[in-house]
Design a protein around this ligand. Structure first.
Ligand code: B12
Length: 210
């Protein structure tokens, strides 16, 4: 069933993909399994775009499918046995960048792994991050970005957090498409996470949970 879902999303068969997700939910599949299939499909979509077989309309449709799948799966989380909450995370796609598929997966995985997540959405300014840290008081901040110009935005956000006197209150992780350890260093963040599970591991480590 997972493989079928991966193919349906990757091949842009929207109705079939959503039907499969509903069937998987009804059949008791774990939300994480469904989201993992969706993530695998998105990687294929990305490849096809890079190879020149897919263009912007396919990417937009893929983004919409991801959002619809998340909407179907999210309510299922509430039905899971209550898990211990470990801490709080503020996350967002940085200013100038609207790619949110990867960030949404990270948000989702943090949530199912016991974190209260405040997702600020896309194109989030340094000011918004600073305000959210003051109000929500997270232990962890996640900055997502897929464009090259996101690297400077990440640096500006970390600087603004420093200027606001909040830098020692939070650990900051960065991730997304072309982000790597070098960008993490450039931005002045604490760590780089290559995927959603890496983000979960970092957050757990920082709040002292195994
Ligand atoms: C889908 C997509 C889009 C969709 C986005 C839909 C959406 N709702 O997000 C749309 C069509 C809107 C889009 C628009 C654009 N895009 Co685009 N897009 C892509 C594409 C194909 C896939 C990105 C994606 O979502 N991948 C799927 C996810 C799941 O990927 P992932 O990396 O595995 O995600 C994991 C990690 O990154 C990590 N992660 C992510 N965030 C975080 C955060 C933290 C804290 C942690 C720990 C981990 C983490 O966890 C994720 C889950 O495991 C990439 C190409 C590619 N192959 O990557 C181009 C790409 C990113 N886009 C690109 C460009 C240029 C654009 C546009 C400027 C195009 C245009 N001319 O308008 C606009 C940007 C507008 C803007 N201001 O942002 C370029 C960027 C080039 C660059 N160097 O800057 C790319 C690389 C394509 C290319 N090869 O040229 N795009």
């Amino acid at each position: 069933m997972s493989k079928k879902l991966v193919n349906a999303i990757a091949d842009m068969r929207e109705e079939e993909a959503l039907k499969l997700v509903r069937e998987m939910v009804e059949g008791g599949s774990e939300p994480v399994v469904i989201m993992d299939a969706a993530r695998e499909a998105m990687a294929i979509v990305g490849q096809r775009y890079d190879e020149g077989t897919y263009f912007l309309p396919e990417l937009i449709l893929a983004g919409e499918m991801m959002n619809q799948i998340t909407d179907i799966v999210k309510p299922e989380l509430a039905k899971l046995p209550e898990i211990e909450r470990h801490g709080k995370v503020v996350i967002g796609t940085v200013a100038g960048d609207i790619h949110d598929i990867g960030k949404n997966i990270v948000s989702f995985m943090l949530d199912v792994n016991g974190f209260d997540v405040l997702d600020l959405g896309v194109d989030v300014s340094a000011q918004k991050f600073v305000e959210a840290i003051r109000d929500f008081q997270p232990q962890v901040v996640g900055l997502s970005g897929f464009l090259t110009l996101a690297f400077d935005a990440m640096k500006e956000i970390v600087e603004a957090i420093k200027t606001a006197g909040l830098r020692d209150k939070v650990k900051i992780m960065v991730g997304g498409g072309q982000v790597n350890e070098k960008i993490q260093e450039y931005a002045g963040a604490d760590a780089y996470g290559k995927d959603a599970m890496a983000g979960v591991s970092l957050a757990k480590k920082w709040v002292g949970v195994k």
